[in-house]
Design a protein around this ligand. Structure first.
Ligand code: F6R
Length: 258
């Protein structure tokens, strides 16, 4: 993993946007894996600015969301297909038909998961995948105990995740859906590049496990230790628990910041 402990949200967003831009510069038709939640919002703003400046285009790209709530109102702003359009894809030159997300309101959820996996495969797999991390160590909605080999599936959110996300539902826990559709850990691990963003002290324990913990289903994000091109972009607060923080800073300065 490449670990960058960066001073603020703006620097994290610019660094993440550079990693995305590198992929699109080489392959304008790159397949883009999109996360929702608060962590990537500054990145999406930065990519919109770069698009407006004529520095990047998504006209030939295809995108796939990581996950979706099950049984959420069709027009709810937290329905992830609405969220990703509102926050990112509708502000750039993505073809709306090329923007994909699993449908958590499908009549047959198992079939929908299989359909989604097949669509990712047909697109040639994901070239660059954006990730956040849950305070319980989830990536996408792969909660503790999930198989490292899992594919897109129906999942049950932990109480912790529902409490964390209640802030998006007027603070009301009972309005946070209990189930989700999510790309599996096996699906995510096939992305060719991964860029994970974590900010704030609430993520410090999960980031410590992600970077320095044993690879374990208890902390699903630890599987990223096995990925050959995973970039972990964090602020000081999220990195506060890292024992080898000074070493990671030295490596980052000497290799990526010269
Ligand atoms: C979102 C997702 C989740 C979030 C995670 C962190 O599509 O898959 O794994 O990335 O819950 O959420 P935030 O960024 O809101 O702290």
């Amino acid at each position: 993993m490449k670990i960058a402990i960066l001073p603020d949200e703006t620097t994290i967003a610019a660094t993440a946007a550079d990693l995305v831009s590198e992929v699109f510069a080489a392959h304008p038709e790159a397949v883009f894996g999109l996360a929702t939640g608060s962590s990537p919002l500054a990145l999406y703003r930065e990519l919109i600015a770069r698009y407006q400046a004529g520095e990047i285009s998504f006209a030939q790209s295809t995108s796939f969301n990581l996950d979706e709530y099950v049984s959420i109102e069709a027009d709810h702003p937290q329905r992830y297909r609405n969220f990703i359009s509102d926050q990112f894809t509708s502000h750039v030159d993505f073809n709306p038909a090329a923007v994909h997300g699993p449908d958590g309101n499908a009549a047959d959820l198992e079939q929908e998961c299989a359909r989604y996996e097949a669509a990712i495969e047909r697109a040639g797999g994901i070239d660059v995948q954006i990730l956040g991390i849950g305070s319980d160590g989830h990536i996408a909605f792969n909660e503790p105990g999930e198989s490292f080999a899992s594919r897109t599936h129906v999942g049950v959110l932990t109480e912790q995740t529902r409490r964390d996300n209640a802030r998006f539902f007027d603070g009301q826990l009972d309005r946070v859906p209990t189930h989700c559709l999510t790309q599996g850990l096996g699906t995510i691990m096939e992305a060719r590049r991964i860029v994970l963003i974590a900010q704030g002290s609430g993520k410090a324990r999960a980031v410590k496990e992600l970077v320095e913990g044993a690879v374990s289903a208890k902390w699903p994000a630890t599987i990223l230790q096995m990925h050959p091109d995973a970039w972990i972009l964090i602020d000081e607060a999220a990195g506060a628990g890292l024992e080898l923080a000074d070493y990671y800073r030295e490596v980052w300065e000497k290799t990526h910041h010269a």
